[in-house]
Each structure stands twice: as C-alpha cells, then as structure tokens.
Design a protein around this ligand. Structure first.
Ligand code: PMP
Length: 281
C-alpha cells in the first residue's frame, strides 16, 4: 500500500508528517474524500472544486497545480490496486514552529491515501438500513468549509456508536437537524423529500448535489428546508448521503421507528437515480 506524501509515493507503514505540522497542531487545513467505483473516481470535479473552495476560504494555496490531483489519485488507485474504495486527501498549512499566526514562506503539506472498501459491505448495510442518534451540534459557524477541525463530529459519532447507532444527527440550538456527523440528512414525508438547505450550517455534500440533480430528472419533489424531531416522527422514510455511504436508508432515529422500520421503496429509487447520475473519472 502506497500513500502520497509531499511529492513522493511512500510505503504506508513509513508514511509520516512532522510533529509541528499545523494539521496536527491546530487542525489548520482542509480535506476531501472521494469514492472509487470500479477503478474510477466518483464526482471528481465536484470534490476537487469544493477542495479549492475550502482552500480559498482559509487562505491556503494549493501546493500543486490543479491538474496534478487527478494524476496522483489515479496513480494511487493503480499502485494500491483499488477497485471499489476511498481516496482521502488532506492539505495542511505545512510545518512551522508552533505559532497561531500564519507562517511565512512555507509549503502546505499534501497527503493522499487510498484503500479498498467492498461494495458488498455497502449493499448489506443498505438492505438493513442504519440507526441514527440525535445529539447537540457543537461545531463552529463555518462548517460549510471542509476543515480538519473534526472533534465535534468525532464525539457525536462515538456517542451514536455507544448507543448502538451508526450515525449521529446533530441538532442546532433551535431544535433542527443540521446534518450527520459525516453525512447529509434527509427525510421523506408523504412522497416529498426534505433536506436541510445548504447554508453555512452544513457541508454542501457532493453526494447531496448529485442526488438533487438526479431527482430533478426523475421529477421527484424536493424541499430544501429545516426539519426537527417532530417532522422525523411523521417521516415515512429517511436517509443519509455521503461519498462513503452514497444513499443510505435510516430506519430508526433515537426511539422513533421510521415508517415500518424497514428500508422503504423510495430508498431504492433514490439510490438507483444517484448511481445513474454520478460522473466517473
Ligand atoms: N456533512 C458532513 C459534516 C460531512 O463530513 C460529509 C462527508 N464529507 C458530508 C456532509 C457529505 O459530503 P459528501 O457527500 O461530499 O461526502
């Protein structure tokens, strides 16, 4: 297994960054996660454009030219013999003596890893659906930027796991669900699909955008509005979306059974529509 670390392909067990990397010291950096299906990258352009937006929002310059990302991602797919799996890409502000203000004249650090994840594990999870635990959204005010600042979602996900759930849905101060700890949140009420609007309070998922595009083609009604626990009680179906989970049905939220507690018919329609709509590169 190889990882890309600052210009070199390094054996996974030897891949290292310095102790004063600002990613490690301050979570001062951004990242992207790309899914790979059949050796091709899913929605590459969407993810890369979001990476550049994230870089721009934290005033960080890409350490390599834009075209080089695809070259390195493809190299890792080939070198690591990835069929279906994930690419993780992280850019931090680089290595410098610890000081809050931006260091001058240092090169940002770039790390890319790629691993296999079987489609069977996704399919079997899809068939049963997942359980969700709600928990307070403790994050900062710019979660639309995909930064390394991930302690609140780490704690949220662990709380979900400690409660026998697979994902956490985070709740804002007004009682609305913002999103999952690492996914966007959706419910379906009376054939209408509802998802939280893409403001600075959520990460605008690339999977979310692709699914919305797919639904438009199928003429399925989508409402982008906030929803809370009482809406979840009325939901016939629910889902999460992310690059790692694609479209994943939710069958329980806290002690609320969604629909009849089984994967609903729209889950299949949405998953198929999404899989048809994705761009592979
Ligand atoms: N929200 C959050 C907080 C996430 O971490 C993710 C996964 N990166 C998503 C939404 C889904 O985004 P995407 O579909 O681009 O993976």
């Amino acid at each position: 297994m190889f990882s890309y670390v600052n210009g070199s392909y390094i054996d996974y067990k030897d891949a290292k960054v310095h102790i004063e990397d600002r990613g490690y010291q301050f979570a001062d950096g951004v990242y992207e996660v790309f899914a790979v299906i059949n050796k091709k990258i899913v929605d590459y352009d969407g993810h890369l454009n979001r990476l550049y937006r994230s870089l721009n929002e934290i005033s960080l310059k890409s350490p390599i030219v834009k075209d080089a990302y695809l070259f390195h991602c493809r190299n890792l797919i080939r070198k690591n013999k990835i069929k279906d799996g994930l690419i993780y890409l992280q850019i931090s502000r680089g290595v410098a003596q610890r000081d809050f203000k931006f260091p001058i004249n240092i090169k940002p650090s770039l790390v890319i890893t790629a691993k296999n994840v079987s489609m069977e594990s996704y399919n079997s999870k899809f068939n049963t659906g997942i359980k969700v635990k709600t928990t307070e959204d403790l994050r900062w005010k710019r979660v639309d930027i995909k930064t390394l600042n991930l302690l609140p979602p780490v704690l949220a996900k662990q709380k979900a796991v400690n409660n026998g759930c697979d994902e956490a849905w985070m709740v804002d101060d007004d009682g609305y669900i913002t999103e999952g700890s690492s996914s966007n949140a959706w419910i379906l009420i009376n054939d209408k699909l509802i998802t939280t609007p893409a403001t600075t309070s959520i990460l605008k998922g690339i999977t979310r955008t692709s699914l919305i595009k797919a639904l438009k083609k199928k003429k399925i009604k989508l409402i982008e509005k906030k929803f809370g626990k009482k809406d979840i009680k009325n939901a016939n179906e629910a889902y999460i979306t992310s690059a790692t989970q694609f479209v994943m049905p939710v069958v329980k939220v806290d002690n609320i059974k969604i629909g009849n507690g089984k994967v609903g018919k729209y889950a299949y329609i949405f998953k198929d529509a999404y899989m048809e709509a994705i761009q592979l590169k």
